[in-house]
Every structure is written in C-alpha cells, then in structure tokens.
Ligand binder design. Structure first.
Ligand SMILES: Cc1cc2nc3c(=O)[nH]c(=O)nc-3n(C[C@H](O)[C@H](O)[C@H](O)COP(=O)(O)OP(=O)(O)OC[C@H]3O[C@@H](n4cnc5c(N)ncnc54)[C@H](O)[C@@H]3O)c2cc1C
Length: 317
C-alpha cells in the first residue's frame, strides 16, 4: 500500500523540524538517564512551554481541550519529529495514553476537568499497570480496589513504572472483583499521585532508564476517579495499548539510532575491513531496518484507524 501526506501536513512537519533544530543545543544527545538533575528537568520544562506557545504540543486535539483542531495524523507527524530529535516531554504518557483514553471513554465531566491541564503541560502521568505477577499476563493484576461507600480502598504493588519527574497522576489498573475469567474483574482509574498511602521507590534499569516501584497501602480513592466502566478495565487497557502502538515517535527514534549505527559500521574497521562490508553485520543491519519499518507502518496504521474513529484493539485475522 502506498500512502503519503498532504502538502499542508508536510509544511507543518518542516516547521516543527525547524523549531527543534533551532531550540535543541548543538551537542544535544537524544535519550534519558536516571541521573537527569533538576537543572536539566527545568530546561525541558521551559522548552515545553515554548512548544505549547507555538502550537507544537497537542495540534491534533480538539480546540475545546486546548488543541489546534487538526487530526490524529498531524499529532503523529509531531510525534515522529520529536522521536527523530529524541524529545520526550515530561508528561509523554499523559499526552499519549491518558488524554486519548479520557477522550474515548471518560465522562463529559472528566474530559472537561482533566484534559485541559494535560494540554497545558501542567501534569505528569505515570502508567502504573505492570506488577511482579502481571506483565504480559495483564489479566493477572493483583492490586485490589475494594468498594467502600463513596470510594475504593487500594492495596498492592506495581513495578517497572517509567517516570523521571514527580508525578501528579497515576493511570492504573486494579482488581475490583474476583471472578473467572480473571480479566472480567479489573477496572481502570486515574488517581492523584499524592493521596495518603501511595509511595514510590526508584528502580534503575540496564538501559539507563529510571523506572519505579509504586506501593498502595490502604489508599482511599474517590469513586469519581474510576475511568470507563466498572469491571471493564481489561478491555479499556487493550485500547490503551493501541495508543501505545501508535507512538510514531518510537520508530523515528529507532531509525535515527540505526542510521548512527550504520555510520559507525562504515567508519570502523576490523581486520583491515570496514564493519559494513562484513556479510553477517550487513544481514543484521538489514533485519533491524525491516523491523524498524514494520514498527513505523504499524504506528501509522493505528493512527489512521484512530483518525477514522474505528474501534481500537486487536485487528481480527
Ligand atoms: C524500560 C521499561 C519501562 C517500562 N515502563 C512501564 C510503565 O511505564 N508502566 C508499566 O505499567 N509497565 C512498564 N514496564 C513493564 C512492561 O510493560 C513489562 O515488562 C511487560 O509488560 C512484560 O512483562 P514482564 O516484564 O513481567 O515479562 P513477562 O510477562 O514475565 O514475560 C517474559 C517473557 O515471556 C514471554 N511471554 C510471556 N507470556 C507469554 C506467552 N503467553 N506466550 C509466549 N511468550 C510469552 C514474553 O514475551 C517475554 O519474552 C516497563 C518495562 C521496562 C523494561
């Protein structure tokens, strides 16, 4: 299949590219590490303000929520450029996962209250789904949310939760009933990260990333913080994962890294021969290039489906 972008979309892409070329320091190296200090964090906060001012933060969102009223395609063009330059906003999960989820299955009241602060860059959301016994097996979530009057009481633990900045919100899944099959007993929540009983412990990972443990100890969560239908959280989570798949920036960042790796293999020799002339290395680089292209196309396919307002989730075979 052949697809492309309109002239106006290409123009927007060029303007965004120019913005980042002008704003990012010449010696800027893409990527994060767990040592990112306060000074670097405030530099990112200032750059974010400039991007918001230019309309390069949520161009694809409806204007009533603070966007420029373009479509998901323009939003994903922005993401692709950000991925290329290695730009990750402090609230990248609020932008990519939480706000689109609110737009899809939040109540009108929740949309009005929670989306505009995300569009203004005032929030930092963590996606707190994974647990020691629930990674790929999402239905095995053990963190409990017991109904009690006008609130739920949370107890349990999350692990591998990404985040470098102090969070304002936790986007999380919890078990609201015991039932077989297990996936019919989960619910999705958006809860303030500073409720009494929530605590965090840093967890450094091999790639230089900063993940966290999150603990819930008798945390009282108002019922208004339930997002979507009670006990329907597994199905909502599958839609959230579709938003993750449409992060076109990830493939763009990967492509840039691959280009750097190819340049390294061209410039570096072993036994008097450039690495790039080694057939095994060429084969592996080609494999990476194919995987990167598959990721790029999968991202754009998800973006296009979302633009068509089709139901998100697994595509029937
Ligand atoms: C850097 C990093 C950042 C992360 N950030 C977040 C975050 O922000 N929020 C969050 O909620 N989580 C986050 N995670 C967690 C991530 O989503 C989980 O690691 C992922 O869901 C896999 O779960 P697991 O690690 O428990 O592996 P497991 O589920 O135990 O899987 C281990 C291996 O078994 C394979 N496997 C599992 N089940 C099957 C099966 N049925 N058939 C065949 N193979 C199978 C898997 O493919 C994998 O290779 C992060 C993880 C990392 C490493």
């Amino acid at each position: 299949m052949e697809f492309g972008f309109t002239e106006a979309q290409e123009k927007l892409r060029g303007e965004i590219r120019e913005f980042f070329m002008k704003e990012l320091p010449e010696d800027y190296e893409a990527g994060f590490n767990s040592m990112m200090g306060k000074e670097v964090q405030s530099w990112w906060m200032r750059l974010k303000e400039k991007a918001i001012e230019k309309g390069y933060y949520v161009p694809g969102w409806p204007s009533e929520y603070g966007g420029s009223g373009f479509t998901e395609m323009e939003q994903c063009i922005l993401d692709e450029e950000q991925g290329h330059f290695g730009v990750t906003w402090p609230d990248f999960l609020g932008l990519h996962l939480v706000a689109p989820s609110l737009m899809m299955f939040g109540t009108e009241e929740q949309k009005k209250r929670w989306i505009p602060p995300i569009a203004k860059g005032e929030t930092v959301c963590f996606e707190a789904f994974t647990e020691p016994n629930a990674g790929s097996d999402e239905a095995n979530i053990g963190c409990r949310a017991e109904e009690n009057g006008d609130h739920f009481v949370f107890n349990g633990q999350k692990v591998f939760i990404s985040g470098w900045y102090k969070p304002t919100w936790l986007f999380t899944l919890a078990r609201t009933r015991d039932i077989v099959p297990k996936h019919k007993g989960l619910s999705l929540f958006l809860i303030p990260a500073d409720l009494p009983g929530i605590s965090f412990r840093p967890l450094s990972t091999m790639g230089g990333g900063r993940q966290n443990y999150v603990f819930f100890d008798n945390v009282k969560v108002p019922k208004d913080n339930l997002l979507g239908q009670l006990h329907f959280g597994f199905y909502h989570a599958m839609q959230v994962f579709e938003f993750e798949r449409r992060m076109t920036g990830d493939a763009a960042g990967g492509k840039r890294l691959l280009q750097e790796l190819i340049a390294f293999c061209r410039e570096t020799s072993s036994n008097g021969q450039p690495l790039l002339e080694n057939p095994d290395i060429r084969k592996n680089l080609a494999k990476l290039a194919v995987e990167n292209e598959v990721q790029r196309l999968a991202g754009w396919y998800s973006a296009w489906r979302f633009t068509q307002r089709e139901k998100l989730g697994p595509v029937p075979g």
